[in-house]
Design a binder for this molecule. Structure first.
Ligand SMILES: N[C@@H](CCC(=O)N[C@@H](CS)C(=O)NCC(=O)O)C(=O)O
Length: 211
């Protein structure tokens, strides 16, 4: 049995750690759940009382934050590959992007998703959904400005786990029908990342596991 176990729902935030596992070429077991697990697989609450995914289990370590797991995997098993070290001038920027992807970008998307479509029709709030869509798009200003000076990467000279964090929010935006609203540099950057072999491998793994 693999040491690393990832509980995952197709294309949900747990895609961040799945993509990171593939980038690092690690062995892992994937356990696919129906979405949302707290409704359709209540036994998962025994594993994670929050009922949310991802859940990464690594022995006694159990992690539930999708932006933290890629960094953890790189530090614990990847000799720091795809991270930026504390003595590097862009270490602070790296950490900032790592958290920005989830805390600033994905958070408003989930309000949009919930009140725009996941709730039963009588509980939907079109005004709230629209406001949080605008909030999300406005928060892309920082990434767009960063990428607009011809940089290939948000931080550092090469691909990092921070890009997985932010790129997931762009992937979700495309799935939520926001692709036409995305700023051009962010969209082009994401399209480039989505051609990475590990991104494509993660997509294939989840499809096979779900089937
Ligand atoms: N901040 C956490 C949020 C985890 C989270 O809310 N995951 C969503 C899926 S994208 C979930 O499990 N939702 C199901 C639910 O809330 O019941 C992370 O980044 O992993």
């Amino acid at each position: 049995m693999a040491r690393l176990v990832l509980w995952h729902c197709v294309d949900a935030r747990s895609f961040r750690p799945l993509w990171a596992l593939e980038e690092l070429g690690l062995e892992y077991e994937i356990r696919i759940l129906p979405f949302p697990p707290r409704v359709f697989q209540k036994s998962f609450l025994d594993e994670n009382p929050l009922g949310t995914i991802p859940l990464l289990v690594d022995g006694a370590t159990r992690m539930t934050e999708s932006a933290a797991i890629p960094h953890y995997l790189a530090m614990a098993y990847g000799e720091g590959r795809f991270t930026i070290a504390p003595d590097h001038p862009e270490y602070g920027a790296y950490l900032n992007w790592l958290l920005h992807g989830e805390a600033t970008l994905t958070f408003p998307q989930t309000i949009f998703l919930r009140y725009g479509s996941l709730e039963p029709p009588e509980r939907r709030q079109p005004v709230v959904a629209d406001d949080y869509k605008r909030w999300f798009l406005a928060r892309l200003r920082l990434a767009e400005a960063t990428l607009s000076d011809g940089r290939d990467h948000l931080v550092g000279a090469t691909f990092t786990m921070a890009e997985i964090s932010v790129a997931y929010a762009i992937m979700l935006a495309c799935q939520l029908g926001m692709e036409p609203d995305l700023p051009p540099n962010v969209l082009a950057w994401f399209k480039g990342l989505s051609r990475r072999p590990a991104f494509l491998a993660a997509k294939a793994v989840q499809q096979r596991a779900a089937a």
